[in-house]
Design a protein around this ligand. Structure first.
Ligand SMILES: NC(=O)c1ccc[n+]([C@@H]2O[C@H](COP(=O)([O-])OP(=O)(O)OC[C@H]3O[C@@H](n4cnc5c(N)ncnc54)[C@H](OP(=O)(O)O)[C@@H]3O)[C@@H](O)[C@H]2O)c1
Length: 248
């Protein structure tokens, strides 16, 4: 699909993968709006990327989501692309009962419910366009769960399922539905600290490059590196990958 001169909203776009995609989209001549909860990250993104527009919004809060979409609808000439990228990842040990679950923001609210509601709010706007797109960021862990991130992995599997249904429902509208399936990214804020570079991970910038190329070439499930293999893997291969990543 064409990705220039478009209005694009990226949730969680002030850091990591969202910011790396924003950099490329601004470079291609798009109007890019990013949102997030932390003011300092939004201001940092604004100062590093000329032309980007930032709006503070917690996408897990109904009032804030609605205010965001209505502001975009009022202030811009419509919306062409929603990138549902905001996400969090937490270790949860069920042997501790409710302890880990109560200690964190809710991954189901942020990773899954927010994407559902942001999509429902955006579809009427996107349907006004001849060509538009929804881009859902899931994860390789949606295909091969990592047991120490059980809720995260489950929300990402749900995003894969949701994306399949959405793509089917929106056939015949101008909205194309993409899924981005990153492998582990070593230089984002998701884990709270950067990781060592390894053969099973990549940088946010490399993944963003794959995202842009996938969008431009109408690749509806965009993986890269290890996650690309998992998209076409057999059940046997996925079971082997599960054993391997859970013994690291
Ligand atoms: N890093 C990886 O290994 C990896 C692998 C596969 C998939 N992914 C996925 O890629 C996406 C981007 O993650 P990342 O790795 O780039 O991590 P990141 O740097 O932590 O980016 C996540 C962004 O989401 C924002 N966010 C979180 N909760 C939000 C909320 N309720 N409302 C609005 N914004 C919110 C965060 O900003 P605030 O906290 O300021 O709101 C942050 O800017 C996520 O969906 C993640 O699951 C990452």
């Amino acid at each position: 699909m064409k990705i220039s001169s478009s209005n694009v909203l990226i949730t969680g776009g002030a850091t990591g993968l969202g910011f790396a995609i924003a950099q490329r989209l601004v470079g291609l001549g798009n109007t890019v709006i990013i949102c997030g909860r932390r003011e300092d990250r939004l201001r940092g993104a604004e100062s590093r990327l000329k032309g980007i527009r930032v709006l503070k919004c917690d996408v897990s809060k109904e009032y804030e989501r609605e205010a965001l979409l209505s502001r975009i609808s009022d202030e811009l000439d419509g919306l062409d692309m929603l990138i549902n990228n905001a996400g969090i990842q937490r270790e949860v040990d069920f042997r501790k009962g409710m302890a880990d679950i109560r200690a964190h923001d809710d991954e189901v609210d942020i990773n899954l419910k927010s994407q559902i509601y942001m999509t429902a709010l955006a579809v009427p706007l996107l349907m006004k366009r001849q060509a538009a797109a929804i881009v859902n960021v899931s994860s390789g862990l949606g295909f091969v769960p990592m047991a120490k991130f059980p809720i995260y992995s489950a929300t990402k599997a749900a995003i894969h399922s949701l994306t399949l249904s959405l793509r089917q429902q929106l056939k015949g509208t101008g909205i194309s539905v993409f899924e981005v399936v990153p492998p582990t990214l070593y230089d984002t804020e998701l884990k709270g600290h950067p990781l060592e570079k390894a053969d099973w991970n990549m940088s946010a910038s490399e993944m963003a490059e794959a995202v842009i190329s996938g969008l431009q070439n109408d690749v509806y499930e965009i993986g890269a590196g290890p996650s690309a293999k998992w998209l076409d893997a057999s059940r046997k291969d996925l079971d082997a990958a599960f054993s391997s990543i859970n013994s690291r």
